[in-house]
Design a protein around this ligand. Structure first.
Ligand SMILES: *Cc1c(COP(=O)(O)O)cnc(C)c1O
Length: 407
């Protein structure tokens, strides 16, 4: 049997020869080369706790920090493997995996912020991240300022000596605005404030914020990293030093994944690059089709030259992802809903990044209970549709949208 010390003796996660190719890392990084029973795949280690041979081994573990497992809330072998893969993909020192993307952002902010601290957040963002900051962090005395997305002057003006973190998505959900990461990091450094990029929509295939010296990268692994609409998970990547407190708090809050879930994520990651290539192609093809369709008023997609942050996207990204948001010309909410109801390939549902295309009207799916004033403020008009392109054939998806728009 492979003991934990055998695993330890195997190569460090990510250090597989000189290969830095995403696909090679997705397949091999983080994995021990020799596995129990000579299997090519990793075993799912279904154990909530881990045993010690004798009392002395406990003391050795505590004193020498001999790397081994202790109790499932603090980590398990499947988690180590996935964390190694995600760290390698982001070119980060370490990744901490959580039970969802939200658990990851909550875990990071709770670990890093104290009462009286402030954060500055660009205003286009996942609605639950906004809700967590305004409804819950505020209960612990942390103040959130939201400023217009990409407005660095406004962000700078909102910084004071209580500011502890600058937060943004890139691209943002659902408007796909891309952030100039050099400017973002420079603003953080100039003010000695840490920076967080939620790169869920881009993934490590399309963007690597740590290369720009962002402090923390967040992914909802539920989306492209898992990739099959069959699991929830999240991660934070960054330096080991900065992540130590995050990992410790996670061990207390308990937002961890089961070994089975981690194995699913590991399996999904094997095909990560192949899937991303297709998501990128499909997103671009659908965005181009929609931008020329007479019933479409506007398309938000960073790969279109018409997109306001197309230049930033081209500088920072390898591809532009599978999410396409668009507005239907002269349509009220019902006419917009009719289009969503007429498509036959994408399923109607929240989320993105899986092999199955999904489509939704943000008004109904995420903002139905908001006041009309807030929907205007958050930039969610009634005629907005968000399509998460899967890996189906692009022409099939286009034909389907065409019939939905024209019938
Ligand atoms: C989905 C999403 C999240 C939340 O992730 P979960 O895994 O659903 O908890 C956070 N940020 C962005 C940009 C997302 O799209």
């Amino acid at each position: 049997m492979t003991s934990s010390s055998d695993q330890q003796a195997s190569k460090k996660p990510g250090s597989i020869g000189s290969a830095h190719d995403t696909s090679t890392l997705s397949v091999h990084a983080g994995e021990a080369r020799s596995k129990p029973s000579d299997a090519v795949t990793d075993a799912i280690v279904c154990s909530s706790t881990f045993t010690f041979d004798d009392s002395q081994s406990i003391i050795d573990f505590i004193e020498h920090k001999e790397p081994r497992e202790e109790y499932g809330r603090y980590g398990n072998p499947n988690e180590k493997t996935v964390e190694g893969k995600l760290a390698a993909l982001d070119a980060g020192e370490e990744a901490v995996v959580f039970s969802s993307g939200m658990a990851a952002i909550v875990g990071l902010l709770m670990a890093k912020l104290n009462a009286g601290d402030e954060i500055v957040f660009f205003d286009q963002c996942y609605h639950r991240s906004r809700e967590f900051c305004f409804k819950h962090l505020s209960r612990f005395g942390v103040v959130t300022h939201q400023v217009p997305t990409g407005d660095f002057a406004a962000m700078e003006a909102a910084i004071n000596d209580r500011t502890k973190m600058l937060v943004s998505e890139s691209p943002t959900n659902p408007h796909l605005t891309c952030i100039d990461l050099e400017q973002f990091v420079a603003l953080g450094k100039a003010n000695e404030v840490e920076t967080l990029i939620d790169a869920t929509l881009a993934t490590p295939y399309n963007i690597r914020p740590l290369d720009y010296a962002v402090d923390y990268v967040l992914h909802s692994a539920t989306k492209y990293l898992g990739g099959h609409n069959d699991l929830l998970a999240g991660s934070i990547t960054g330096s080991s030093e900065k992540l130590e407190s995050v990992r410790n708090l996670r061990g207390i809050m308990g937002g961890v994944n089961s070994p089975h879930n981690l194995y699913l994520l590991q399996r999904g990651l094997k095909t990560f690059e192949l899937r991303m290539e297709r998501h990128n192609e499909n997103g671009q093809a659908i965005a181009e089709f929609l931008s020329e369709h007479p019933r479409i008023e506007h398309v938000y997609y960073p790969g279109l030259e018409s997109h306001p942050t197309h230049d930033v996207a081209r500088q920072t990204m390898r591809g532009f992802g599978g999410l396409v948001t668009f507005l239907v010309r002269d349509a009220d909410w019902r006419q917009t809903a009719d289009i969503v109801d007429r498509v036959t390939i994408p399923r109607i549902g929240p989320s993105l990044g899986g092999v199955e295309s999904l489509i939704e009207q943000p008004l109904l799916m995420s903002y139905y209970t908001q006041t009309p004033e807030n929907r205007v403020k958050f930039g969610i008009p009634d005629n907005m549709i968000r399509m998460a392109c899967g890996i189906e054939n692009a022409q099939d998806l286009i034909d389907d949208l065409q019939q939905a728009l024209e019938s």
